[in-house]
Ligand binder design. Sequence first.
Ligand SMILES: *Cc1c(COP(=O)(O)O)cnc(C)c1O
Length: 419
Amino acid sequence: MTDVIARDQALALDAADALAPLREQFVLPPGVIYLDGNSLGVLPRSTAARVQQVVTQEWGTDLITSWNKAGWMDLPLRVGDKIGRLVGAGAGQMVVADSTSVNLFKVLSAALSISQAGAPQRQVILSERSNFPTDLYIAEALARERGFELVLAEPEELPGLLDARTAVLMLTHVNYRTGRMHDMAALTHAAHEAGALTVWDLAHSAGAVPVDLQGAEADFAIGCGYKYLNGGPGAPAFVWVHPQHVDRFWQPLAGWIGHAAPFEFTPGYRPAQGISRYLCGTPAVLSLAALECGVDTLLAAEPLGGMAALRHKSLALTRLFAAQVEATCPALKLVSPRDDALRGSQVCLAHADIAYPVVQALIARGVIGDFRAPNILRFGFTPLYLRFVDAWDAAHHLQQVLQSEEWRRPEFNQKNAVT
Ligand SMILES: *Cc1c(COP(=O)(O)O)cnc(C)c1O
């Protein structure tokens, strides 16, 4: 990690930052340091006008003709192609639809079918014990329904557990709670050596760290639209399948929009060729329009070095914040990896007793992070709109909250439904 610096040095880093103008793309409330873009990305300036146009013109005036005239039907593939550019997917290989949880159900089911075809002994879904709950719940439900076994392990145990019984290695690339990042290419290679397939959840990766799905020879991937992609609350999610698998099996949610010819209204299901078969029902047009604005804010970084440049800045931000906190807040334990290669775009700190009220006290000061049970203070760093001085100020506020003990106030110890 880096050394502690003075606030002026943080300001100098901002002055020299070629990515700084990208911040202008966003509506950022004054007085707020937003370290929660890993949970809900901020509002792009372009979104309100674009959604307004879809509502008043495309819907209000052009009505049903907009399915063709305004390209509504193409939105899942069009936005999918744009997200694909951020994660190393080829054109026409990704669609946007449904939620991350639902897309995980589709791809995990298809992966299990492909893996077990001709290899009935492959009965294990292998995942990480601290994977995000929805991923584990979906896997648990599918395992029950299809007669598979869900095996959970620590990250370092995973390679040793891959064997002839493994059907699918299902992992979230960057852990939601610790920020620890897996080596996608190495684990995919190890899974393939054992004859298993991989499913990658990119919820904390897309738009946050460079990902190369094709280069890593991944098999399936899904991810979230409302975190680093800035698509807005409940934005639809994306799904990618390697071209070598995409036409091999039906996905289980065989809705009419994934049919080869939806408007022929024939009784039998015939899946579309390619990734379109991973669509299910009618596209969520308003949400897709908002998500496209969010993804465009990331594509605006392409002329400035794209994801590699964003990653460089993100690592500098997380290093700075972690170093300041470690130097000034001895009560907090750094949970995220110190090694840049293992750290996503977040810094997680632990405190056995007061993580929750400290986060609440910070929010009252305008420094928005979140609490993750049982004892984690989580801070996401989005290099598109955060400045070095924000990282510095956030660490300073954290130190003041601890020193002043303002976290003791009763209102900071009251639990809300959403943390
Ligand atoms: C945020 C997140 C999800 C969200 O799933 P939804 O279906 O959108 O609720 C899924 N997986 C991981 C790893 C996440 O971090």
